[in-house]
Design a protein around this ligand. Sequence first.
Ligand code: NAD
Ligand code: SAH
Length: 414
Amino acid sequence: MDYKVKDLSLAEQGKKQIEWAELHMPALMEIRKQFEAEKPLKGIRISAVLHVTKETAALVKTLKAGGAEVALAGSNPLSTQDDVAAALVEEGIRVFAWKGENENDYYNNIKEIMKYEPQIVMDDGGDLHAYIHENYSGKLIGGTEETTTGVIRLKVMEEEKVLKYPVIAVNNAFTKYLFDNRIGTGQSTIDGILRATNILIAGKVAVVAGYGWVGRGIAQRLRGMGARVIVVEVSPLRALEAVMDGFDVMPMSKAAEIGEIFVTATGNINVINKEHFLKMKDGAILANSGHFNVEINVKGLREIAKQVRTIRPYLEEYTLDNGKRIYLLADGRLVNLAAAEGHPSEVMDLSFSNQALSVKYLIENKDKLEPKVYNVPQEIDETVAMLKLRGMGIELEPMTKEQIEYMKQWRYGT
Ligand code: NAD
Ligand code: SAH
């Protein structure tokens, strides 16, 4: 069978969701029109591991409009929107994803989409690229990578000289990380926390681990809703930025004692660990919006808990031996994609316009690219910004001839 989804009868609802997303993705829709006319991906087989959301559906339909055949697996066991998955099957996409996969299902679905012998692969987090390097011998034109951690993993592969095909680091486009990681995660993380808990943010002490692009977005939005925000960082540069932005900065060992809501956004492992759980206040809420389910040591939390109860969807209560209750959201997986719907369509418009144009670029330059990690070409980044501005009805100030000439000279001084 060419698909495996939860329930095909959800397709009608999924179609409406996709339409709603597309209404808010003007840049991608413009690219779709160009793809429909020019068919730059004609005959290309693409296998993608992306969160199966209404926004990803808008991207996949765009790739299809460009002439590609697409197979899709989910990028997280909890992030698939089952109605969207069903609608995509009706669009002729080979979807292998459902909400609530176990780890075995997750990797089986990756295996399924690789059976179509793709020429291009698209990944979010690096699991597909790693799988291919360990289990697949077919030849690829290249791939793309959506997120920070995936790019970090690929750079290690490049350094170890094991990378087998060129990969475009979509994450590193200005029009990706500055908006998706910062503004998108800032909003969708709060969305996930609220859907899971319905707590009041105002007045709470929130601890954000990591002050990178994701962490700063979350810290700023939490502050905007009235939380008192503490930042935990390992980098002196980022810690300094956080202090100058007006946040308290301290190690997790201290923050653990005073925080009421904890959010991790580091891409690292065991950022909140056993010794921290033991110091926490009764009622502390833990969420992860960084990478996988390793930022919070969920296994360790289970080991020291004497009782675990599900309070409501995506909210689990762990009672420790010391009698304190700790609340873990979405099993420590990405709270914004598991408990909510991921980033709003408006930001995914930018990320996925970069994805679509990067796939086209890989095909057009297939004879020139080497097995390396490439940044998105600046031209694509600027095109995406222009398309987005146009979609938002915003005009630029044009430079005068005099100004263009002035910027090219070095003789005029004070
Ligand atoms: P980044 O590299 O800009 O920031 C990560 C920060 O975490 C760095 O400043 C680093 O110094 C800090 N850090 C590392 N270890 C730490 C520790 N033990 N304690 C405290 N701070 C620590 O990366 P980013 O773009 O902000 O992405 C962060 C993570 O979020 C990545 O895993 C990325 O893939 C993921 N991400 C998730 C979403 C989402 O939708 N939830 C969106 C984009 C990115
Ligand atoms: N497999 C990893 C992936 C990290 S997810 C994991 O599950 O931990 C982080 C990425 O999710 C971001 O880079 C962002 O671009 C993407 N994302 C966020 N909201 C999304 C949405 N609505 N649809 C599709 N992808 C989304």
